[in-house]
Design a protein around this ligand. Sequence first.
Ligand code: KIV
Length: 261
Amino acid sequence: MAVNPQQLSQWKEQGRKIVALTGWDYAIAQILDLAGVDIVLVGDSLAMVTLGYETTVPITLEEMLHHAKAVRRGVKKALVVVDLPFLSYQESPQQAIHSAGLMLKETGVQAVKLEGGYPEMAETVRRLVQVGIPVMGHVGLTPQSVHQLGYRQQGKTPAASERIVSEAIALEQAGAFAIVLEHIPSALAAQISQKLTIPTIGIGAGPDCDGQVLVTADVLGLSERQPPFAKSYVNLREIVTQAVQDFGSEVRGQRFPEEKI
Ligand code: KIV
């Protein structure tokens, strides 16, 4: 059975950790799904890891739609969530409904994620949920605000951590089905995870979140640079470079193809 947003809270209750990874095309999505990932997030980090932009700010709704369609075609079981890109939802709840609605209608994905909390974003989440669009929140380090926040850890002062707690509570009250907590102290993430009934999905937020997400390009060792909290389980840059060099030397040395067809 396919994973649905409601199931995630039951998993939290049961203490079953949620596994999420980002996807950007058909092949990667298929691999993640077959490997048993619960959530494939079409994160706007694909702006950097797939399209070569400096930040996530420039990526457009059209580009996200294009990648979301490819990912959706590759996934049979996991829940597919897509990031709404910068300036496709911040202007008004109406703009957010339009962008998120297009995402669901045109790509077949089940849910959207947007960055930021209380009070404006919580109101936007409430309106999206009212029209039947499942929403995942995202607080702490919100990369679409890189020009304000940089990529620094958030929530380090009592005031900043209180604000993040209020944002998370407001998003839950607005109807979000889960919240990404990015690059905040572990103790703060643990406190938020305890307070909420919806699951928290951590990235650089310590072990006490209800699930973990990483950027798949980092996990595979494909990224040019990666954040300090990421972990690579393989170095595909090296492996792919070697394979490409092997092909090149076999072609130049006339060892490939081996036989005439
Ligand atoms: O865009 C993304 O990949 C994300 C994750 C880092 C949570 O939002």
